[in-house]
Design a protein around this ligand. Structure first.
Ligand code: PML
Length: 246
């Protein structure tokens, strides 16, 4: 039976407030749509997209997960910087990425819905549309409920469950590294991910109450077309659970 990509995005007053994607078989369409439409607390517009996926690739495991907690944002950001550098990002560009997330990466200084894509050699921004950014979609867990239960039991959140998928897909698609923290003012944990170090969860990457955040993907400039085609078009299902260490 072909799999479906089911996506929901909701906005309020023209501002994006919620988005989620599931990859499911046809017989789970109704329950999936019912789950997704209950997610946004408030909205004035919601779009549900259902699309048949012609080809879905399977991954045995997501990136391994490590967690690091610090007492101050400054210490956590210094650690994130070191993690990016260890992953192969020049220090100047790692600092630039942190600065971008701190001030809001959109041209108007606010948050972007998608990610900044930065050339890891030159620091040039490569995303075709700077307001929209690049969005990593079409990846889900084969058994989301089981993985979610395992991760929540270990103290992780729904955001980790989704962010780990995005980071895993970016690495599969050729990213050298990624840094992310949320634009949710109440969510201060973020991460650096790379093929070398896995998913490195870092807390707190910003102060509570700060509404800015986003994602920066580092790639080799020559890989842009292939990277975009992969993160936006190829579909993946992840079978197994992550490994955890601290
Ligand atoms: C984590 O808890 O592992 C970090 C998740 C970051 C989520 C970013 C977002 O969804 O905005």
């Amino acid at each position: 039976m072909p799999l479906l990509s089911v996506r929901m995005r909701a906005s309020l007053g023209g501002k994006h407030v919620s988005g989620a994607e599931r990859i499911v078989s046809r017989d789970r369409l109704e329950e999936t749509v019912s789950e997704l439409i209950r997610r946004p607390r408030e909205f004035d517009e919601m779009v549900i997209t259902v699309e048949t996926l012609m080809e879905v690739e399977t991954l045995d495991r997501p990136l391994p997960v490590r967690s690091h907690t610090f007492t101050t944002v400054a210490e956590a950001r210094e650690f994130a910087l070191g993690t990016l550098v260890e992953s192969g990002v020049p220090e100047r560009l790692a600092r630039e990425a942190i600065r971008l997330l701190e001030k809001g990466p959109s041209p108007s200084g606010g948050v972007m819905r998608g990610a900044v894509v930065m050339d890891v050699e030159t620091g040039r921004r490569l995303e075709p549309d700077r307001e929209r950014g690049v969005r990593t979609v079409r990846i889900d867990w084969e058994d989301r409920e089981k993985i979610r239960e395992e991760m929540v039991k270990r103290g992780f959140t729904d955001r980790t469950v989704d962010a780990l998928l995005i980071a895993t897909k970016n690495v599969i698609c050729g990213a050298v590294a990624e840094i992310c923290w949320s634009d949710d003012p109440d969510y201060t944990t973020g991460y650096v991910a790379s093929p070398k170090l896995g998913y490195v969860r870092i807390s707190p990457l910003k102060e509570r109450g700060d509404p800015l955040g986003g994602r920066v993907y580092f790639i080799k400039g020559g890989d842009l077309e292939r990277f975009l085609e992969c993160v936006e078009r190829r579909a993946f299902i992840v079978r197994g659970s992550p490994s955890f260490s601290s």
